[in-house]
Design a protein around this ligand. Structure first.
Ligand code: HEM
Length: 121
C-alpha cells in the first residue's frame, strides 16, 4: 500500500532517485553562485555517492559508502547561504522531475538536519 511504502519506493526507487540527482547536479554545476566549489570534484563519483546516500536514507536497499558529511565538506567553509542555494537547486530539480511537494518535504526533512555537519567545516 502507498501508506506502508518507504520514501524510497514512493520516490520511484533507483530510477526516481537517479533522476533527482542528475537534475540537481546539472543545476548546481550551472549555478554561478556555488559551482566553484565543485571545480575539482569527480562528478561521476559524487553522483554515485549522492544516489547511495538518498537511497539509504529513504529506506532503500543501499549502503552509503562515502565519507561523513563533516569530512566530505571540510576545508570548504560553506556558509548557510551556500547551503540554502544548494537546497534551492535541489527543490528546482525536484520540481523539474515532478516529485510531488509532500515527498519533497520528506526528502528535505532527511537532509536539512545535516546543515550543521556541512556548514562551516
Ligand atoms: C544537504 C546538503 C548536502 C548533502 C546531503 C551533501 C552530500 C554530499 C555527499 C554524499 C558527498 C560525497 C561524499 C564523499 O566524497 O565521500 C558530497 C561531496 C561534496 N559536496 Fe556536498 N552535500 C550537501 C551540501 C553541499 C553544499 C551546500 C555544497 C557547496 C555549495 C557541497 C559541495 C560538495 C563538494 C564540492 C563535494 C565534493 C568533495 C570532493 O570533491 O572531495 N555540498 N556532498
Amino acid at each position: 500500500s502507498v501508506k506502508n511504502d518507504t520514501l524510497y519506493q514512493r520516490l520511484g526507487g533507483a530510477a526516481g532517485i537517479e533522476a533527482v540527482v542528475d537534475a540537481s547536479l546539472k543545476r548546481v554545476h550551472g549555478d554561478l553562485r556555488i559551482n566553484i566549489f565543485f571545480e575539482n570534484t569527480d562528478v561521476p563519483d559524487l553522483r554515485r555517492l549522492l544516489i547511495e546516500q538518498i537511497c539509504a536514507a529513504s529506506g532503500g536497499p543501499c549502503v552509503y559508502s562515502g565519507r561523513s558529511m563533516e569530512e566530505a565538506h571540510s576545508g570548504m567553509n560553506l556558509s548557510d547561504r551556500d547551503f540554502d542555494i544548494f537546497v534551492e537547486d535541489l527543490i528546482a530539480a525536484m520540481n523539474e522531475v515532478k516529485v510531488p511537494a509532500p515527498l519533497q518535504q520528506e526528502l528535505l526533512g532527511l537532509f536539512g538536519p545535516m546543515r550543521p555537519q556541512i556548514v562551516g567545516q
